[in-house]
Design a protein around this ligand. Structure first.
Ligand code: ATP
Ligand code: MG
Length: 787
């Protein structure tokens, strides 16, 4: 995490360092100006459900920012709704925040502890003539609120004298009235353009016991009343909330002013909530999944809840890294769930020891290996590129298990694994050759009879012959049977939650999201792992030894994440070739010629064709893109790294093929000052709409010139798309006002001029405005001025 000290130029240098975002800039400015001596934030969950990955963003922001800037963060339960809240959630939420390794110390608060103080302030508002008891029904009140274009209608009780309101309010509290008989409303402005300011509700009657206050209250304050005042009570300096509360800010400030709370008052700042592809993030919908039994519970490993991610095996450090990676912005966007998975792989690669486990076993008998004999091989726990020491003994013998998928009686082209007559290397073991496939009565292969080459112990081939495939395996005599649960995305659609009017999110449930495999064969050393450990099963993914369901004789593993993102390839021929990456392209023609569209593989040898075809199939790319990308090993690697950072192979291929090669102007890709993940980041920024594709080219050129990562360049140059209505509306207004003739012509029917206006606004904003929004604002502006 960043240093608490802000660098001297920091406040005016958004994004100048890793921890830069608009909120941190505001806070730094307020500290530098002396407005606040120390930053105090709060994380305010309502204890009506479990926390999810979206909350993690808010937790990392509130706690992380306070930690970085030398402040503190409160944990406050926002618990004013007696109907939905529960102590069970309070405890679960605390456990989840602690799990993320954030600490609120002594600063644990409950809004319900403020009920007395809040009540006293409500009376004070009434005395000041700034609130009144309304005896209309909530339904009537809603009906009279007006619309965006029409003012609301004042309640007949609006002019009720304070004394009378006060007495009624006291009787509401005393329990004299039924639910809904009266409410307390702020007295602000029924014609306010901001609907939230049209005499909002502050209290309502609810004869219901509260999980902490019992029967002490039968009136309960509303969020808009509690939140600013709780912030003031706790000395919060910056109250960070999600964008849906933007319109509540005016009311927040109004209440603090109406009650003369002392300065410096807390400031509400909104940021975009996290949305993830393939994920629903509403507590209500998650509850539905649990209650209707679509998942096994709140901590089902397929759930986006923190409890679910923990049970799945996601390390808390990976979730924090993910939150750092996505940053904080004011524009709505959906983050690719692949990015979260990427953060998990990044975290586990250097921390999860490699072991071997066979999920769907097929017996191999080495006919030339003496019966009853065996040996122990020394197998390192870490690959070469992880600088760690350690190994374990792995038993080898005459009977082994390999993966059923690793054998094909009729291997398709590109299949480098076992087939009749073919050789493969057993990882850390020997090279073996398949002599015969034994079939049962139904014709299914039940056993492979193989021979081994004793000169290849440890996997080397002293005679230098090429053995393309390497398989994981486990000795049959020593294997430990374990249960393995494989998870796939819970929803098969990128956007399962389409909101009102869209298809029900449950219709997108992926029926194959859980696969349970029994009788998987684990190497013996790994069976000694302590529950809660995370291991890599070679070639299969990262796995957690589940603490909850594992028993000494029945270990249960959860696949945390696969080694690579396979979702994009699912439609690919599952039948197809080797899953090994086509990284080692056998040097196709040095200067990739321009391929004729008729045959993108023209001029390639059969081997080269296979490499290109594998690459294209693996990433779902057209053959000509695949050919260009595989024509240079560094370029291919750049591409693969980019895709594992951001799963949009075609978008990345387009950028590399169409833009990068041009920007390189003949220099070799290996000379670039960045790695593929930087490209992934750039394409992610484009895909999530942070920058336009035109701007992406500018950013790429700067990256090639060594100016930093995409995020840094965008932040430094201020290139984010502007999608804030309030920011753009004045520009649109100015442009229209500056060209009255064209505006008139447009209104008279020259609708083609709209495009011209869009161009002017884009020019004014340096190409940064979101074009759809500009269009919309222009249409509004131009039609509004119509006589
Ligand atoms: P609801 O209000 O519907 O019960 P909620 O998700 O807003 O659900 P809270 O318990 O009120 O739940 O949320 C606590 C804090 O977490 C709030 O400050 C909220 O803005 C923030 N938060 C909730 N969801 C997200 C999200 N997807 N991304 C970022 N922050 C979030
Ligand atoms: Mg909420």
């Amino acid at each position: 995490m960043a240093e608490p000290e802000a660098s001297p130029g920091a406040p005016s240098d958004p994004g100048g360092d890793a921890a830069g975002d608009f909120i941190r800039d505001i806070v730094r400015r307020d500290l530098a100006s002396g407005k606040h001596a120390r930053v105090v934030t709060r994380f305010p969950p309502e204890p009506n459900g479990h926390l999810h990955i979206g909350h993690a963003k808010s937790i990392c922001l509130n706690f992380g920012l306070a930690e970085e800037l030398g402040g503190v963060c409160n944990l406050r339960f926002d618990d004013s709704n007696p109907l939905t809240e529960d102590m069970e959630y309070v405890e679960a939420i605390q456990r989840d925040v602690r799990w993320l390794a954030f600490d609120w110390g002594e600063r644990l608060y409950f809004a319900s502890d403020y009920f007395d103080r809040l009540y006293a302030l409500a009376e004070e508002l009434i005395r000041r003539g700034k609130a009144y008891v309304d005896s209309q029904s909530e339904e009537e009140i809603r009906r009279h609120r007006g619309t965006v274009t029409e003012p609301g209608v004042a309640s007949p009780y609006r002019e009720r004298p304070p004394d009378e309101s006060l007495e009624l309010f006291r009787r509401m509290r005393a329990g004299d009235f039924a639910d809904g008989a009266h409410v307390l409303r702020a007295r602000i402005d029924m014609a306010a353009p901001n609907m939230k300011m049209r005499d909002p509700l502050l209290y309502r009657i609810r004869h219901a016991p509260h999980y902490r206050q019992g029967d002490a209250w039968c009136i309960y304050p509303m969020y808009d009343f509690i939140h600013p005042l709780s912030d003031a009570f706790e000395g919060i300096t910056h109250s960070l909330c999600t964008l849906e509360f933007e319109n509540n800010r005016e009311l927040y400030d109004w209440l603090l002013a109406a009650l003369d709370t002392p300065a410096p008052r807390p400031q509400q700042i909104e940021f975009a909530r996290l949305n993830l592809s393939y994920t629903v993030m509403s507590k209500r919908k998650l509850l539905q999944l649990v209650e209707e039994g679509h998942v096994g519970g709140w901590d089902d490993p397929r759930m986006p809840t923190l409890a679910g991610l923990r049970r799945r095996g996601y390390p808390p450090s990976a979730i924090r890294a993910f939150c750092d990676l996505i940053g904080v912005a004011k524009a709505h966007s959906t983050v690719d769930v692949g990015l979260l998975e990427h953060a998990v792989r990044d975290d586990l690669n250097p921390s999860a020891p490699r072991v071997m486990c066979v999920l769907r076993p097929l017996k191999v008998v080495l006919t030339d290996y003496p019966e009853g004999e065996g040996e122990w091989l020394d197998a390192p726990h870490w690959p070469h590129d992880v600088p760690r020491e350690g190994s374990r003994p792995v038993p080898f013998g005459r009977e082994l298990w390999i993966e059923r998928d690793d054998f094909r009686p009729d291997p398709p082209p590109g299949f480098h694994r076992l087939a009749p007559g073919r050789e493969v290397r057993l990882r850390h073991g020997y090279v073996i050759r398949c002599q015969e496939a034994v079939r049962d009565a139904a014709g299914e292969v039940v056993e492979l009879r193989c021979t081994h080459d004793p000169d290849t112990r440890g996997g080397g081939t002293p005679d230098g012959r090429r053995v393309p495939g390497t398989l994981h395996w486990v000795s049959a005599a020593h294997a430990v049977d374990v249960t393995v649960r494989l998870f796939d995305r819970l929803f098969g659609d990128e956007q399962p939650d389409r909101g009102k009017g869209g298809p029900d999110f449950r219709s997108f449930l992926n029926p194959d999201s859980l696969t349970v495999l029994e009788g998987c064969k684990l190497e013996p050393a790994a069976a000694e792992a302590t529950p809660g450990s995370r291991l890599q099963f070679e070639r299969l993914g990262y796995f957690l030894l589940d603490e909850q369901d594992s028993q000494p004789q029945r270990l249960v593993f959860h696949r945390i994440v696969t080694l690579r993102d396979t979702w994009a390839r699912i439609s690919q021929q599952r039948e197809a070739a080797d899953s090994a990456p086509a990284r080692a392209a056998p040097a196709p023609p040095a200067a990739a010629p321009s391929h004729s569209p008729a045959d993108p593989l023209a001029g390639l040898s059969p081997d080269q064709r296979r490499v290109v075809a594998d690459f294209a199939g693996g990433f779902d790319l057209p053959l000509d893109d695949a050919r260009t990308l595989t024509s240079d090993a560094a370029l291919a690697q750049l591409f693969e790294e980019a895709v594992s950072r951001h799963r949009n192979p075609q978008g990345i291929a387009n950028l590399l093929v169409n833009e990068l090669l041009g920007a390189l102007a003949g220099r070799p890709p290996a000379s670039l000052p960045f790695r593929g993940d930087a490209i992934g980041e750039l394409v992610a920024l484009t895909d999530e709409g942070t920058i336009s594709t035109a701007i992406a080219k500018e950013v790429l050129a700067a990256m090639v010139a060594g100016e930093g990562t995409a995020g840094e360049i965008v932040a430094r140059r201020g290139l984010e798309q502007v999608r804030d209505r309030q920011a753009l509306a004045p520009v649109v207004h100015r442009v229209v006002a500056a060209h009255p003739d064209n505006a008139r012509a447009y209104r008279r029917g020259k609708s083609g001029l709209l495009g011209w206006f869009v161009g002017q606004v884009m020019r004014e904003t340096g190409g940064r405005a979101n074009p759809q929004l500009v269009n919309q604002l222009l249409e509004e502006e131009l039609t509004a001025g119509r006589e």
